[in-house]
Write a protein that binds this ligand. Structure first.
Ligand SMILES: [Zn+2]
Length: 336
């Protein structure tokens, strides 16, 4: 098997008028069969696996809230739960583990875990920002219990991956990078957030409308030297398609073509530095067409095939010049 994927749409994890809804995957779903990739059955994560990142007290409280109080809103983002959300979240986390283990044990070359609810805002002791369990963090730590010494999470969802940062703030085996819009939810992710972890916890806060040109510079001038210096044995991508210019809840400027370029660049980095071991994990992205187009681009990069992605949706806004910001970040971390 070359490329594997899991699909966990969680149709019953739904709340009236909430952007993190099953319909996000509606345009993508009929295309899945056309990818040159094998679908694996997602297996729910066990409590022990969730416990690789999360406090057992938080997990049992969350289970109780889902059973007894749902439907309910559990934080101000707002993050919601339904009667099925606990099982849905276990399956989402398990869907990522299924992919990462297939890559780890050599059954697949690379993989994409298309799951919801998303995970990167969930901190060890709390659900947050539409996220219940931190799917990518659980899989990254699981990889470390299966023989790897160094893994990396690159997060280019539009929002700061605060939960993943919190999980790995003091874990020297994990490199973490988040590129995100500065000044929006959750408010964290400035360059100097983790002064004790230079060259290991890297934040790339970007101004509104930063798009294809800026992200290409970020990939070449920050992702690349970061991977070169950290030397991960496996890379996880927290990919959110909400950095697209017409996402309804953010103001960044990537196009579908820009997402494809990024996917190609991170896959090439994995091929050069970690034997091709890379797992994409879906985070946000609230326009179903952007999610489908972005996923097309990711599968094209993973499988080296073309799927007739004709998306032509250039950013209509003028991009800000981010060269001095990028230089400031490179300098802070001593990347060269
Ligand atoms: Zn997001």
């Amino acid at each position: 098997m070359e490329t594997a994927y899991t699909f966990v749409p969680s149709p019953n994890h739904i709340y009236p008028d909430h952007p993190e809804r099953p319909g996000r995957l509606d345009t993508l779903k009929p295309k899945l069969d056309s990818y040159d990739a094998e679908q694996l059955d997602a297996k729910p994560a066990s409590h022990d696996e969730i416990g690789l990142v999360h406090d057992p007290k938080f997990v049992s409280t969350l289970e109780k809230v889902c059973r007894e109080e749902a439907p309910a809103v559990i934080d101000y983002a707002p993050t919601y739960v339904t009667k099925t959300s606990f099982e849905d979240a276990l399956l989402a986390a398990g869907g990522v583990l299924t992919c990462s283990r297939a890559v780890l044990n050599g059954d697949a070359k690379n993989a994409f875990a298309i799951v919801r609810p998303p995970g990167h805002h969930a901190e060890p002791d709390k659900a947050m920002g539409f996220c219940i369990f931190n799917n990518v963090a659980i899989a990254a730590r699981d990889a470390l219990t299966h023989g790897l010494d160094r893994v990396m999470v690159l997060d280019y969802d539009a929002h700061h991956g605060n939960g993943t940062q919190a999980a790995f703030l003091n874990d020297e085996r994990v490199g973490f990078l988040s590129a995100h819009q500065w000044g929006i939810y959750p408010g964290t992710g400035w360059i100097t957030d983790a002064p004790h972890a230079k060259k290991r916890v890297v934040n790339v806060p970007l101004p509104a409308y930063a798009g294809d040109t800026v992200y290409e510079q970020v990939a070449d001038q920050i992702f690349k030297p970061f991977v070169e210096s950290f030397k991960p044995q496996m890379i996880f991508i927290s990919v959110g398609f909400d950095a697209h210019w017409n996402d309804p809840i953010t103001m960044l400027g990537l196009s579908s073509n820009g997402y494809s370029t990024l996917a190609n660049k991170v896959v090439a980095l994995a091929e050069k530095y970690c034997d091709g071991k890379i797992v994409f994990v879906l985070e946000g992205g609230y326009d179903p067409v952007n999610v489908a187009n972005g996923t097309d681009g990711a599968f094209e990069a993973l499988t080296k095939s073309k799927y007739g992605n004709e998306a032509n949706d250039p950013n209509p806004y003028r991009e800000p010049d981010c060269e001095s910001r990028i230089e400031e970040i490179r300098k802070w971390h001593g990347l060269s």
